[in-house]
Design a protein around this ligand. Sequence first.
Ligand SMILES: Cc1cc2nc3c(=O)[nH]c(=O)nc-3n(C[C@H](O)[C@H](O)[C@H](O)COP(=O)(O)OP(=O)(O)OC[C@H]3O[C@@H](n4cnc5c(N)ncnc54)[C@H](O)[C@@H]3O)c2cc1C
Length: 405
Amino acid sequence: MAEFSLQLNEDQKQIQSWVHEFADTVIRPAGEEWDEREETPWPIIQEAAKIGLYSMDFMAQALMGDPTGLTLPVAMEELFWGDAGIALSIFGSGLAAAGIAGTGTPEQIMEWVPQCYGDVDKVQLGAYCVSEPDAGSDVSSLRTRAVYDAATDEWVISGTKAWITNGGIADVHVVVASVDPDLKGRGQASFVVPPGTAGLSQGQKYKKHGIRASHTAEVVFDDVRVPGSCLLGGKEKLDAKLAKAREGVRTGEKQPAMSTFESTRPAVAAMAVGIARAAYEYSLAYAKERHAFGKPIIMNQAIAFMLADMATEIDASRLLVWRAAWLANNGGYTNAEGSMCKLKAGRTATWVTERAIQILGGYGYVREYPVERFHRDAKIMDIFEGTEQIQQLVISRAISGLRIE
Ligand SMILES: Cc1cc2nc3c(=O)[nH]c(=O)nc-3n(C[C@H](O)[C@H](O)[C@H](O)COP(=O)(O)OP(=O)(O)OC[C@H]3O[C@@H](n4cnc5c(N)ncnc54)[C@H](O)[C@@H]3O)c2cc1C
């Protein structure tokens, strides 16, 4: 077990300042432009690839080269401090990579994770496709079907996925589908859909409230045929899992989407901490500069105490994130600590960014200043990768041992 420490080690400090530098000099200055354009910021992803930040190697180093688990959340906080829409465009492929790493065989991981990133000469994207128009929180009721065609050793996938980050523009789509609808969540499997596969298309692209630089769209699977080798984990493992589920044997194994989301929760919560910190720092500086009634507005306790609360909530959120990240790598969660950090950090980001608008007054409400964007961006943190209420559900079940509905 790695020792838990609030003191980052030298490697972590180096990564923190390296990502911060990129966020400060490349991401933050471009935030407003790409928010307005509502387009994937390809040139910035390219810049991130050039310095090795957008790469499988960086993700592997952050995930596997760090027994404390803190490196990834530390990097995510800095990245999202820069600008959340652009940062999600850089991190979005990570969810597909996590889906492959979590359920794939070593051979599948070696084949497909690098293709989620490509290389400096040809940057590629990954997308993780779980949610559907009628199944977001309730991932056990997915309607997308995957049917095995034994004659050709292929899987045929049909259905529509909703809200997919990088959906339709990704090179590699990882899709969670039902192979036996009677078994609900226990009858699901994950598949890789290789680049250029016929039958996969982009549906509507959503016009969003925030993180507008990040592409979010429907993905339509119209009898998409993928080779048997694209079933993550392999057919033998799936058949054994289905047989146990049909016999009613409980294995404790999680649904593919749930285990992916659980592993990524501290990283997602760290994104929320980054957005909150950006808004806090901006409004702190503003409060020292802005004068009203002949003195800086921070000299009023009403403003200074708001900033004190903001700083406290951000630190509390980060501590929960670091605890969860450490536990995830050192023995696992015992009381849904991953959900606790996501719940707390999401709420903190939404609240802190709203307070930042308050501190800037009218200037906080207009697009010339970044805090209204931070606030629009923050709200997603209460919604995706498990809503606020779903985190509460997970926590309440863990602490009570009861199947709370
Ligand atoms: C910008 C964006 C990017 C996204 N990226 C991806 C992606 O890359 N891949 C992907 O698969 N999905 C993605 N999603 C989907 C996201 O994960 C879902 O939107 C989310 O899980 C909520 O599902 P829903 O929207 O269907 O809401 P619903 O599940 O319909 O929930 C609606 C409301 O009901 C509440 N609720 C539902 N069930 C319960 C319950 N049992 N108890 C209490 N309250 C409940 C929810 O908390 C929520 O407040 C993305 C969404 C957005 C907006």
